[in-house]
Design a protein around this ligand. Structure first.
Ligand code: KG4
Ligand code: ZN
Length: 330
């Protein structure tokens, strides 16, 4: 009955989770409110907030799971990719804790974990090979996953990530950071009646920078005619932004299915919480779709513990002198 403590600190969420025999027993996340006023994550402030949060978050994860630290068999932590200062806090803490408890360390790739969380034992498992769509504030990737350790990126964004596109469009509409969840909420009250244009990117890659400019110029033009345009059309604007971004993702996913012949589809990352994307996927009756529970979508340590469990079972352990990696391929 292995007990794995997962620790995640790659961006602005300090998280810890306890996995017992493949089941998540606790999944604690401290969000950092300090970034809201800046409209985006400030790396130096994120690292400082991780320092303040990490001990209480780990304590809470252990007590919620009703596990004593002496019962932990391994400490899994996010090695990368992410903000270097943020990663360093989690990395140093995980190493010190593993050393003091005399248990192995497990190094986890954050982007792999967004997909591998689907192997938590309380939810249905996808089978290999599957197509992964990882959509977050920093990434937009189509991944062909042949096994827990064999992942090939077959398409990715050439510029911004889709979460960033949600956040930046939301900022223009006057929504707080991160705007993705707000766009999702207001979209449900509106109609997608503003025809933002689809980017034309060949193959399986994505691009979202043209979309941002599209929204900016559209809003400028409308505001010249009606200074209250945004207030008066907030719900339709959100619905239209969500509609186009979901269409962009679905178009590439459809292409990837045709190209690879793989119909087992797994989504992960913060944007996989989006209700428009979830609905669009459930309409694809020909595919076998795996949508994570909301608590496994935005950054969390449950996914780090689940991904760590694969390595634990293969005795694939980390070393104390490993450096945190701000960039890390799959
Ligand atoms: O995976 P995540 O928590 O952190 C990164 O690794 O980036 O993803 C955060 C991103 C943000 O851009 C946020 O706006 C977006 O996920 N997001 C959403 C929703 N919930 C979170 N975007 C659209 N709809 C949502 N419901
Ligand atoms: Zn993430």
């Amino acid at each position: 009955m292995p007990v794995i403590l997962g620790i995640e600190s790659s961006c602005d969420d300090t998280a810890a989770a306890v996995l017992v025999d493949g089941h998540i027993r606790s999944n604690i996340i401290a969000n950092q409110k300090v970034h809201e006023q800046y409209g985006g994550v400030v790396p130096e402030l994120a690292a400082r907030a991780h320092l303040q949060n990490i001990i209480p978050v780990v304590d809470q994860a252990l007590s919620t799971a009703n596990i004593d630290k002496k019962e932990v068999n391994a400490v899994a932590y996010t090695l990368g990719p992410g903000l270097i200062g943020s990663l360093l806090v989690g990395n140093s803490f995980a190493k010190s804790l593993a050393m003091s408890l005399g248990v192995p360390l497990i190094e986890v790739n954050h982007m792999q974990a967004h997909l591998l969380v689907h192997f938590e034992k309380s939810i249905p498992d996808p089978s290999f090979p599957f197509l992964g769509l990882t959509v977050s504030g920093g990434h937009t990737q189509l991944v062909l996953v042949s096994s827990p350790t064999e992942m090939e990126v077959i398409g990715q964004t050439l510029d911004d990530a889709v979460g960033e596109a949600f956040d930046k469009a939301g900022k223009m509409i006057g929504l707080p950071y991160p705007a993705g969840p707000f766009i999702d909420k207001y979209a449900q009250k509106g109609e997608p009646n503003i025809p933002f244009s689809m980017p034309k990117v060949p193959g399986l890659d994505f691009s979202f920078s043209g979309f941002k400019t599209n929204v900016l110029y559209f809003l400028r033009k409308q505001q010249q005619m009606d200074k209250d345009y945004i207030q008066n059309h907030r719900n339709d604007l959100c619905s239209s932004v969500q509609h186009i971004l979901v269409n962009i993702l679905m178009e590439k996913l459809e292409k990837a299915v045709i190209k690879t012949g793989v119909k087992e589809i797994v989504i992960g990352g913060g944007v996989s919480a989006n209700s428009g994307l979830r609905q669009a996927l459930t309409k694809q009756t020909d595919w076998n779709v795996f949508i994570p529970p909301l608590s496994f979508t935005t950054d969390n340590a449950a996914m780090i513990a689940v991904a760590g469990d694969f390595k634990y079972r293969n005795n694939n352990f980390g070393v104390l002198d490993r450096q945190a990696k701000s960039r890390m391929s799959l």
